[in-house]
Design a protein around this ligand. Structure first.
Ligand code: FES
Length: 150
């Protein structure tokens, strides 16, 4: 029984409704997206990887002998030791969670927060860390592509 509304009025109203819905949806998406993004683990290629390092991560390893690489929700320290072998370890210090780094000159992994030190197998050699760093699988192919599996 909508004999009051002319077709023109109706269509103007539905245009308005569409615009409003788009606005509301956009707003909802902008609010919800970061929350969902935060709650959902990053997509991996299969369970636990392998995850391929980006070109800039590979360049950083060439330059600094290590890079901190995000793999899923973890930070992984990928380093090249003095023999040119790659190693991958959890980059989160087992003491209070600071991000460790590799000191190529000393062949040590160090945590600057409280001077925790680990060897290249992840074993604690000094400082307060209570547990070793977890180690992960890492491979480099003939083209220099590096992949980490956690
Ligand atoms: S957080 Fe690494 S030594 Fe304390």
């Amino acid at each position: 029984m909508s004999h009051h509304a002319s077709p023109a009025r109706l269509s103007r109203r539905s245009v308005l409704n569409v615009l409003l819905s788009v606005g509301v949806l956009g707003w909802l998406a902008s609010v919800l997206y970061p929350v969902i993004r935060y709650l959902t683990p990053l997509p991996l290629v299969g369970p636990g990887g392998p995850v391929q390092l980006t070109r800039s991560e590979v360049t950083k390893i060439e330059r600094d002998k290590f890079a901190i690489v995000p793999v899923g929700r973890r930070r992984v320290l990928v380093l090249e030791d003095s023999e040119g072998e790659l190693r991958a370890l959890d980059a989160k210090c087992t003491h209070e969670g600071c991000t460790v780094k590799y000191m190529p000159r000393d062949s040590l992994i160090v945590c600057a927060c409280h001077n925790g030190r680990f060897d290249l197998q992840g074993r604690v050699v000094a400082g307060p860390p209570p547990k070793p760093l977890a180690t992960y699988a890492v491979q480099r192919d003939e083209e220099g592509v590096i992949k980490v599996t956690v």
